[in-house]
Design a protein around this ligand. Structure first.
Ligand SMILES: Cc1ncc(COP(=O)(O)O)c(C=O)c1O
Length: 407
């Protein structure tokens, strides 16, 4: 199936988009484990280097296996979206060796000394580290605020012309807070700022930030896009094709955070089942959240799908379903968290998220063990907080494992 066939459904797009017929009739794209690509003659080498002829040169610059994944993700993120002229939105995707590598390319290729980034206070820790501690070395500062307060965001953009990018992550790691992509993109346009959105938790099946006019989307493909926990990866997508193909592509291939084709192959196969996996992740998550919400050992459930969650309305406004990530607080605090983790029989004790298996982490004893309790609490990470990525097992098995571990 060639990649320009028009498909009606998101699921078919996830399966077929991006695939080109293999010259040797392989069903799946082969793993092109080749660092370099040969030229028929010197003239072809000249044409390739000058850009007169398309083709692969060196795998840090692009690889046929990775290119299939890039086309597939671009097709999913742009699925059903029209550009300003009413034509199907065209996106360029650059696949990376990790989500952090994709975020690094985005920031390094669009910001310059003196620029500032405006962002929300709940962010993936690696991104926050990059914004807080790495970029200042290059003369780029970050303003961290509550982007759910739109008037405050407007005032800040109005007051500080040095802000050149609004960086969103929604739902955010680890709090699962949501910010309003539509309203913040409007502010971006009002003040002529770039808007970027980390769409890792939602995936393009549940949320398409380009629908609201953002300039860039990034993902850690390590999570729901891969879906099976088999490979680290990331992607940067942009709609300004000239910018993506010229300036950003040059920074991408110079920074060198390109993926290897084996990981990419795993990603391609994982992405084919994104729609049915997400449907199951989401329906399981809703039932698990409702179960926990009534459980006597649990004091609070943070799940955007529950009506009492403060971000429920924003989540429903911009997402097809609030997703499969949640956290909850155990009444028995730190010891209760450790006890619960030790009693789990089926659910997996680990960090990360987005795999078929239900993954559970107790931040106070794991990811945030070395962070003082008062500092943790500022981010809502209490002693008894449990973070959970609800998997696609049969939901009764997830619930009965949680139930026995909560006793
Ligand atoms: C929302 C989000 N963005 C980015 C990243 C970084 O991705 P990676 O670990 O693939 O570098 C993560 C990792 O957990 C994440 O949760």
């Amino acid at each position: 199936m060639d990649n320009d066939i028009k498909l009606k459904g998101f699921g078919s797009t996830a399966i077929h988009a991006g695939h080109n017929k293999d010259p040797r009739h392989a069903h799946l794209v082969p793993i092109y484990a080749s660092s370099t690509f040969i030229f028929d003659d010197a003239e072809q080498g000249m044409r390739r280097f000058s850009g007169q002829e398309e083709g692969f040169i060196y795998s840090r610059w692009g690889n046929p296996t990775s290119a299939e994944a890039e086309r597939k993700i671009a097709a999913m993120e742009s699925f059903g979206i029209k550009d300003a002229n009413g034509n199907p939105l065209q996106l360029k995707a650059l696949l990376h060796a990790s989500g952090m590598a994709a975020i690094t390319t985005l920031l390094m290729s669009t910001l310059k000394p003196g620029d500032k980034v405006l962002t929300h206070f709940s962010l993936y820790g690696g991104t926050e580290e990059m914004l807080r501690n790495v970029l200042p070395v290059l003369g780029i500062e970050t303003i961290i605020t509550d982007l759910r307060d739109l008037q405050k965001a407007d005032d800040m953009l109005n007051a500080d012309p040095a802000i050149s990018m609004i960086y969103l992550e929604t739902p955010a790691n680890p709090t699962i807070q949501c910010v309003d992509i539509d309203e913040l993109s409007k502010l971006g346009r009002k003040y002529s700022k770039l808007v970027a959105c980390d769409n890792t938790f939602a995936t393009p099946y549940l949320q398409q930030p380009f629908n609201y006019g953002v300039d860039f989307v990034v993902h850690s493909t390590t999570k729901f896009l891969n879906g099976h926990g088999t490979a680290i990866g990331g992607v940067l997508l942009g709609k300004d094709l000239d910018l993506m193909n010229e300036k950003i592509y040059k920074v991408y291939k110079t920074l060198g955070g390109t993926p290897n084709p084996f990981d990419t192959f795993m990603l391609i196969n994982g992405m084919k089942t994104l729609e049915i996996r997400m449907d199951r992740h989401c329906s399981n998550a809703m039932l698990v959240a409702q179960f926990l919400d009534k459980h006597e050992a649990v004091s609070k459930v943070n799940y955007n799908g529950l009506e009492h969650h403060p971000d429920n309305k924003i989540a429903l406004k911009q997402m097809k379903h609030p997703g499969a990530m949640m956290s909850y607080e155990l009444k028995r605090g730190f010891d209760g968290g450790v006890d619960f983790m030790n009693k789990l029989q089926m659910c997996t004790r680990t960090v990360s998220l987005g795999t078929c298996d239900t993954l559970i982490c107790h931040p106070a004893s794991m990811t945030h063990y070395s962070v003082p309790a008062d500092a943790r609490l500022k981010y809502g990470i209490s002693d008894g907080l449990i973070r959970m990525s609800v998997g696609i097992e049969n939901v009764e098995d997830i619930i009965s494992d949680l139930d026995q571990a909560l006793r």
